[in-house]
Design a protein around this ligand. Structure first.
Ligand code: ZN
Length: 135
């Protein structure tokens, strides 16, 4: 289910990802310098650097988007759209969320995914995305 906690989690994470370069301005250079293997489709550096057990504990083994049981690791900014494996781009997701999201941008996929929820939850989601769009 989508609840206030997961809405807050998504909001927090999107804001954090948008500001992360301030904290780690050269993380991309460092990742490339380590010689991570290139991803076949677009030559994007691709290698998980985050501790997965730690990530699962951080989210209490829950999907970031719907609070279901976490089964996959999702990239908020899709790898297919030049996203990377920076810790703030890697989140746990349930299988239905991850497979339906695929390479769709979060701002496109999430409102549609959440519109399948109750009216009250859909309103909360719309308010969240209006707020995010204004920032
Ligand atoms: Zn989910």
């Amino acid at each position: 289910m989508l609840n206030a906690a997961s809405t807050t989690a998504v909001r927090y994470f999107v804001e954090f990802a948008a500001q992360a370069w301030r904290v780690f301005p050269n993380y991309r250079d460092r990742q490339r310098a380590r010689g991570h293997k290139a991803r076949a489709c677009d030559n994007q550096a691709h290698a998980l650097v985050v501790d997965l057990p730690w990530l699962r504990r951080l989210y209490r083994d829950r999907c970031l988007y719907c609070a279901g049981r976490s089964q996959h690791i999702d990239h908020l900014w899709p790898l297919a759209d030049r996203g990377d494996d920076a810790p703030w781009n890697v989140v746990p997701a349930c299988s239905p969320c991850n497979l339906s999201k695929s390479a769709t941008p979060l701002r496109v996929w999430l409102p549609g995914r959440l519109s399948a929820r109750t009216a009250g939850e859909a309103e909360a989601t719309a308010a969240l995305w209006a707020e995010l769009a204004a920032t």
